[in-house]
Ligand binder design. Structure first.
Ligand code: SAM
Length: 367
């Protein structure tokens, strides 16, 4: 199987420090004599520390010190080597041998102890000793298709301690929308240069889905670089509960306004116009809270609010999420401690009708 070949071929080039600095071929770096090689690499690391990722070291250096960190897709090592110098036990993992060779040479020249792992087509991490405190993924595994990434991420997750952290930099969905919603095999050429075979957007829900049945608690979730990138930091809570506690909700559905054809709804314009409700009472009595409700929606037109109301028809505080139309199915998760009565869909645009299909509604006990 040569599944990763075209990605390996692209990623012979790695970021040359800050995002603004373009790319450099690791083979080119390796051709340099030691003094030039190290001076070039040091400049790249300095650019990294003073550029758009300048917050990373101050934020994490004390936390990483003394911890075992597995970095997946470590590029030229401009994040990991400085952290290893400050006392972290770093494992660099990548799909490109020359990228790892670059970091190995930097580490040797600087007298830094580190571990290296070449990720093969089996996407395995079994050669590594389990018990990592952190798995760090900075703009790397989103460069292969979702099903490959999911296998890779789940293999890596086996090595993470319960209570450890999964930290990742991704490109958000709203960037993909802003840049034209193009297929992922085209979008990469726009985000990362013309030889890029793939890049895919991620948000919290999609990262959680990729790591399912792993359970996570969000520690950080923020935008970077004018919403071109997103940083997420999760605490790993272990593998999911008994899947029998996971219930598919199919109804009963009450239409409030507009039209309904199966689970496809057309709702009237008006920023708060209710369209439909699903009664949760039959599903909730089998579960104990807190709860998580997963809703997958195709919003073809307009803007739709998805929220929870109580027995008196009042919205539970902060329970509503609002989705804009998209060519893609969107998944959202509502988390709540109290017992809601209805899952409510309403129009959220003053001047536009909405049209959407409810693809899936599932409920489970929250971790
Ligand atoms: C855009 S670079 C980012 C490098 C580094 N994290 C940084 O921010 O400078 C992508 C890196 O991820 C690696 N990579 C791409 N796909 C990968 C995958 N599926 N698993 C592991 N590494 C991958 C590439 O070889 C490359 O080193």
């Amino acid at each position: 199987m040569e599944e990763l070949e075209k990605y390996r071929d692209k990623w012979r080039e790695v970021p040359a420090g800050d995002d603004m600095d373009g790319r450099v071929f690791s083979a080119g770096l390796l051709d340099l004599p030691d003094n030039e090689f190290l001076a070039t690499w040091d400049r790249m690391a300095e650019r990294r520390a003073s550029g758009g990722m300048g917050w990373f070291r101050p934020l994490y250096r004390d936390f990483f010190a003394g911890k075992r960190v597995l970095e997946i897709g470590s590029g030229a090592g401009v994040d990991g080597i400085p952290m290893a110098e400050l006392g972290a036990h770093w494992t660099f993992a990548d799909i490109v041998p020359n990228n790892l060779a670059t970091i190995r040479r930097v580490a040797a020249l600087k007298g830094i102890d580190a571990t290296f792992h070449l990720i093969g087509d089996d996407l395995s991490f079994e050669a590594l000793t389990p018990g990592f405190d952190v798995i760090l993924v900075i703009g790397s595994i989103h460069h292969v298709p979702y099903d490959v990434t999911r296998r890779e991420a789940l293999n890596a997750l086996r090595l993470l301690k319960v209570g450890g952290r999964w930290i990742e930099l991704v490109y958000p969905r709203e960037r993909w929308l802003r840049e034209g919603s193009m297929p992922f095999d085209k979008w990469g050429q726009r985000t990362d240069g013309e030889r890029t075979p793939w890049v895919e957007w991620y948000d919290m829900e999609k990262i959680r889905r990729r790591l399912h049945p792993g359970k996570f608690r969000t520690i950080l979730d923020f935008d970077l670089r004018s919403r071109d990138q997103r940083w997420v930091d999760f605490e790993y809570l272990g593998m999911g509960r008994d899947s029998r506690k996971f219930i598919d909700i199919s109804g009963p559905v009450i239409l409030e306004a507009g039209e309904r054809d199966g689970l496809t709804f057309t709702g009237p314009k008006g920023a708060f116009h209710p369209i439909a409700r699903i009664d949760l009472a039959p599903s909730l009595h089998a579960l104990t809270g807190p709860y998580e409700l997963e809703v997958a929606l195709d919003v073809r037109q307009g803007v739709v609010g998805v929220g929870l109301t109580d027995d008196r028809n009042s919205y539970l505080a902060d329970s509503e999420l609002v989705l804009d139309s998209s060519p893609d199915t969107q998944t959202l998760t509502l988390r709540f401690a109290g017992k809601p009565r209805h899952l409510v869909f309403r129009n959220r645009h003053e001047d536009r009708q909405s049209r959407f299909t409810v693809m899936r509604v599932k409920i489970r006990e929250s971790p």
